[in-house]
Design a binder for this molecule. Structure first.
Ligand SMILES: [Zn+2]
Length: 490
């Protein structure tokens, strides 16, 4: 109650609220907003006209931006889908929620924003566009409906056909890995049009007596997973067709928003539009995402529209992360965040002039600790081997520190590789992304003071994340003993 009345005051202060402040806070609580979270996978902001793309090719997303607030310095915390969306849906650092590889699942004791909203009476529905967000990874926690029925296999072996691929449901991750090894398919998806059709179907049947939280995930301009296998030609084709794929996604987002409007739901619906990460299209000799922590992978679009409370047409340049989305949703819905370990912050106060919500952002990727994204080293006998690495970073605009360290391959946990082979992959880089947006000049040696400051900051992030689960209630000795016996306390 306190939070939503505070935000109503805030909205009045920025002049965006046409409604009177409610006399009874309970009235505001009773009229919680609907929430529509739109995720377009792999979408770079600079391919949207509203972020400066040279052609006006994305009229629907542009219109959403014109009706809402556009965040010009939005980042993902992790540069690949599954952990990025785990952070988006929990407001937790990956070090806190623990989903950092394709071999892990969001633990049941981690609360998603959907679980928190469900307790407030929200009806929660998700429409998922691709397999990395399958319910096998545990992101379905708190959703009444988690629609992840995929229809289009992406990679088929010669012997397989669409018809004889069995259902993916009910497999453990180990079973799934075994299945993937058989090369029946490496992934699976729905087209953006199918995602819109499905989401529009849910919107058309909305029960208006309860607020809803609808998360719609589009596969978007993501490459097909066999792109890398088939060499340079397919990679070039992905780069060449990327703008067209963005146009296609824009069209489908437009259809979804049209349905929201025609259903009369858009006035009291908070729309959050974003991507889970960007895409390198040749920068640093790389096409794709997940391997590095460069700006092409980290920068994402973020647009927030809430006609009843937010002034249209603003641009905000404070640093925000995908980690801040869950807390923003909770504040808008009037759900107290209290002493929970959420690391994200609500972006709503950023709508006040000169009110940055954060100065620093934690970044990481463990994708290159998977065989398919690993670094390569050569043994003395000439044999090539995969060397797993992980990357941690911290952004304190305009500086960004990235630390690369060797890490055991998730796929080959028993394989040992000598320090001699792994040590060349240990490095620390420092970039000034404002004066050097292409990140070509490593300043780690030239600016040791800044490097040291950011290294200290990164250590603090890592340390802080391990300490985040301090109890928010005072435990009696007896309660503490019970928790200790159950293994929750040491
Ligand atoms: Zn993704």
């Amino acid at each position: 109650m306190y939070i939503i009345t505070t935000f109503l005051s805030l909205a009045l202060a920025v002049g965006g609220c046409a409604l009177p402040e409610p006399s009874e806070p309970t009235e505001a609580v009773a009229e919680r907003p609907n929430i529509l979270l739109i995720t377009v996978d792999t979408l770079r902001p600079d391919y949207l006209s509203i972020y400066g793309y040279r052609e006006h090719t994305t009229p629907n997303i542009d219109e959403l931006g014109n009706q809402g607030v556009v965040f010009d310095r939005a980042y993902c915390n992790v540069t690949w889908t599954t952990p990025s969306m785990a952070t988006t849906l929990t407001g937790l650092l990956p070090t806190q929620h623990g989903l950092r590889s394709t071999f892990e699942r969001l633990p049941e004791d981690i609360e998603t924003v959907a679980e928190k909203l469900a307790r407030q009476g929200y009806r929660n529905t998700a429409v998922i566009g691709s397999y990395p967000l399958d319910s096998i990874y545990g992101l379905d926690q708190g959703f009444d409906i988690y629609d992840d029925d995929f229809t289009v296999p992406l990679v088929l072996s010669n012997a397989e056909t669409i018809e004889n691929i069995p259902s993916q449901r009910g497999r453990t991750i180990q079973e799934q890995e075994e299945f993937n090894k058989k090369k029946a398919f490496a992934n699976s998806r729905r087209t953006d049009a199918e995602v819109s059709d499905t989401a529009i179907g849910y919107l058309a049947e909305i029960d208006e007596t309860r607020p809803f939280f609808l998360w719609v995930h589009y596969f978007g301009p993501h490459s097909l997973p066999d792109t890398r296998k088939h060499g340079l030609k397919n990679l070039r084709n992905h780069v060449d067709t990327y703008p067209d794929k963005v146009v296609r996604s824009d069209r489908e987002v437009g259809r979804l928003l049209d349905q929201l409007k025609s259903s009369g739901l858009d006035a009291n619906t908070l729309v959050i539009f974003h991507s889970d990460h960007g895409e390198a299209l040749g920068e640093h000799k790389f096409i794709g995402h997940g391997r590095f922590l460069f700006e092409d992978n980290l920068q994402i679009p973020l647009i927030i529209r809430w006609p009843e409370f937010i002034v249209a047409g603003r641009r905000v340049d404070t640093i925000v992360g995908t980690i801040d989305i869950a807390t923003t949703i909770l504040e808008a819905a009037g759900v107290p965040v209290g002493n929970s370990p959420l690391h994200g912050r609500s972006v709503l106060p950023a709508l006040l002039e000169g009110n940055p919500i954060r100065n620093t952002l934690y970044l990481e990727t463990y994708m290159p600790a998977h065989r398919g994204f690993a670094e390569k080293a050569t043994l003395s006998n000439g044999e090539k081997v995969n060397v797993g690495v992980c990357r941690f970073g911290v952004l304190r605009y305009p500086y960004k520190l990235v630390v690369t360290q060797p890490h055991q391959l998730f796929d080959d946990p028993d394989e040992t590789i000598s320090d001699e082979l792994t040590s060349p992959f240990r490095r620390t880089e420092l970039f000034n992304v404002e004066v050097d947006p292409g990140e070509k000049d490593d300043l780690a040696d030239q600016e040791p003071e800044t490097r040291h400051e950011l290294e200290t900051l990164l250590d603090r992030y890592l340390q802080e994340s391990r300490m985040s689960y301090t109890p928010s209630v005072d435990l009696s000795d007896e309660d503490a003993e019970k928790l200790r016996n159950l293994g929750y306390l040491q």
